[in-house]
Design a protein around this ligand. Structure first.
Ligand code: PXP
Length: 258
């Protein structure tokens, strides 16, 4: 059972990529992801996440400039580890950068980063961002090897890929893997984030893992927003997170520690 010594507050970051996806379907100027960010913040989001993909399929460079101007909460910029993207991060100075693997053919980020593949490149990138005052997080599968390699790369945080859990939430092994990985990451001194495929229906058991301090949720919020509006979708998610009592230790409400 998770103890009460875990993260004091579970932050909710809203990924607004798919607001841009809807706009890009017509290459017009609405809906505006920066405006969506403001509404999410008004509804209680602790931060905003945006993924600038190399193919610019949803978020555009100008969206990030607008976001930085209007947003009042920390920005989590998701990028592939490339020179171009590192330069953009240095210019924008988001609170944190999450490195994600990117394949042009994929519909969404399909798996975690293989941190063991080019460790020097990642280590250099993490150091380069740290020099600019930017915290680095690595999006990885719930795999102890990847967690150890993330620590070795100098990352301050990991984001656990929750896709496997989201596809099979009733398989106890998927949640157990997240629980063990979150504990392992925290024991190494890493901040533990999680995300991918989380919805108001499946979020509670993940939200109850007190070693996790931040969730990144996008698609289901934007999907719900079509029917109930984005502010209500954020509130609905926050309420669903609060129902995560399966580990017997709810995150007590406390101010965000960013
Ligand atoms: N975290 C990362 C690193 C992601 O790439 C994504 C998807 O863009 C998410 C979280 C959010 O996933 P979803 O849109 O399924 O909520």
């Amino acid at each position: 059972m998770a103890g009460t010594d875990g993260a004091a507050y579970l932050r909710l970051f809203i990924n607004i990529d798919h607001v841009a996806t809807l706009r890009q379907a017509r290459r017009t100027d609405e809906p505006d992801p920066a405006q969506a960010a403001v509404l999410c913040e008004r509804a209680g989001a602790d931060g905003i996440t945006a993924h600038l993909r190399e193919d610019r399929r949803h978020i555009q460079d100008a969206d990030l400039d607008a976001l930085v101007k209007v947003s009042r909460t920390p920005l989590n910029l998701e990028i592939a580890c490339t020179d171009e993207m590192l330069g953009i991060a240095e210019r924008l100075r988001p609170h944190h950068v999450t490195f994600v693997p990117e394949r042009r053919q994929e519909v969404t980020t399909e798996g975690g980063l293989d941190v063991t593949r080019e460790p020097e490149r990642l280590r250099d990138a993490v150091a380069r961002l740290a020099a600019a005052g930017i915290v680095s997080s690595l999006f990885i599968d719930a795999d102890p090897r990847m967690i150890d390699a993330s620590r070795a790369a100098g990352a301050a945080a990991i984001e656990l890929h929750t896709g496997r859990y989201a596809h099979a939430p009733s398989d106890p092994a998927t949640l157990q893997a997240l629980r063990e990985s979150a504990r392992h990451g925290r024991a190494l001194g890493l901040a533990v984030h999680a995300g991918h495929g989380l919805t108001a229906r499946n979020v509670a058991p993940v939200a109850a893992l007190t070693d996790i301090e931040e969730l990144n949720i996008g698609h289901s919020i934007v999907s719900r927003a079509v029917f109930i509006g984005i502010e209500e979708a954020v509130r609905e998610m926050r309420a669903a997170m609060g129902r995560g009592a399966v580990d017997g230790a709810l995150h007590p409400l406390a101010p965000p520690r960013l």
